[in-house]
Design a protein around this ligand. Structure first.
Ligand SMILES: NC(=O)c1ccc[n+]([C@@H]2O[C@H](COP(=O)([O-])OP(=O)(O)OC[C@H]3O[C@@H](n4cnc5c(N)ncnc54)[C@H](OP(=O)(O)O)[C@@H]3O)[C@@H](O)[C@H]2O)c1
Length: 250
């Protein structure tokens, strides 16, 4: 099997939540491989610093301030990408939030709405806009959802409230999209990557003090952002007839 990122050089990728953690790591790698990366997130200063850090690399990072919980913002971001960079070849649906001390028994409705707006609806809007652009340009693209192990199995760790439900939705959305793309005979790939715990800003300092996190750390079970970026690059490197899903079945 020939693994190569060559066919993506000079092409356009959209990475949501590219201002930190996994999204920033994937965006960085894609720029190194020569892609034009539209980097979406709310913290424009972080995106601009990343763009600066990557200047002189083979590709280029284009910071686009976007709140992925707001449809208008997402549509404006895609309008910019379609107008200035198009066609889109890769979409990395990465933006996500996770509470670590929130409970269904007394939780906050606004927080639940926000989790679903970002992790599920924002991801779906971005997917729709990217697929429309790929279809219009006859692009054999690739969409990657950054899911989670809790999108397949709810862990015995109280405090995540509706987060696992939002990631179960991501699992279903990936499979539903796969069926749709097949039925439309489109050669667009969809991959769902489901990491376990990764050391990022997603976990609060409070969470990092829990015995659960400390045990994982002690047992060397905490992933690094580079591990997830490697997984994304691996699936993108596969030839068009190969489709990889990184699932964590129990
Ligand atoms: N870390 C883990 O243990 C772990 C495990 C499994 C799966 N994941 C998944 O990995 C993905 C990335 O998380 P991470 O661990 O890399 O955490 P992170 O460092 O906190 O990154 C989250 C990213 O999402 C963006 N984001 C948050 N709210 C947003 C909004 N309203 N609009 C646009 N962007 C928004 C953030 O950017 P701004 O704040 O600048 O907007 C940031 O770039 C998430 O989907 C998460 O569920 C993480």
């Amino acid at each position: 099997m020939v693994l190569s990122m060559d066919r993506w050089a000079g092409k356009v990728a959209v990475v949501t939540g590219a201002s930190s953690g996994i999204g920033a790591a994937i965006a960085e790698r894609l720029v190194e491989y020569g892609l034009k990366v539209a980097a979406l997130a709310r913290r424009l200063d972080r995106l601009e610093s990343l763009a600066k850090k990557l200047s002189g690399k083979k590709g280029k990072l284009f910071p686009i301030k976007t709140d992925m919980t707001k449809e208008e913002d997402i549509l404006n971001a895609f309008k910019y990408v379609k107008g200035h960079l198009s066609p889109i070849h890769i979409l990395i649906n990465n933006a996500g939030i996770m509470p670590t001390n929130s409970f269904i028994s007394d939780g906050d409705t606004k927080l639940w709405e926000n989790i679903f707006k970002l992790n599920v609806i924002g991801l779906s809007i971005a997917t729709r806009e990217a697929v429309k652009d790929m279809m219009a340009n006859n692009v054999q693209g690739h969409i990657i959802h950054i899911n989670s192990v809790v999108g397949h199995q709810v862990l015995d760790f109280p405090g995540l409230s509706v987060y696992p439900a939002s990631k179960y939705a991501v699992t279903a959305l990936a499979e539903t999209l796969r069926i749709e793309l097949n039925s439309l005979k489109l050669k667009i790939k969809i991959t769902s990557i489901s990491p376990g715990a990764v050391d990022t800003e997603l976990q609060s300092e409070e969470f990092k003090e829990t015995p659960y996190f400390k045990d994982l750390l002690k047992e060397n079970k905490i992933l690094k952002i580079e591990d997830i970026a490697d997984a994304a690059i691996y699936v993108l490197s596969t030839p068009p007839h190969v489709l990889v899903n990184i699932f964590n079945y129990k």
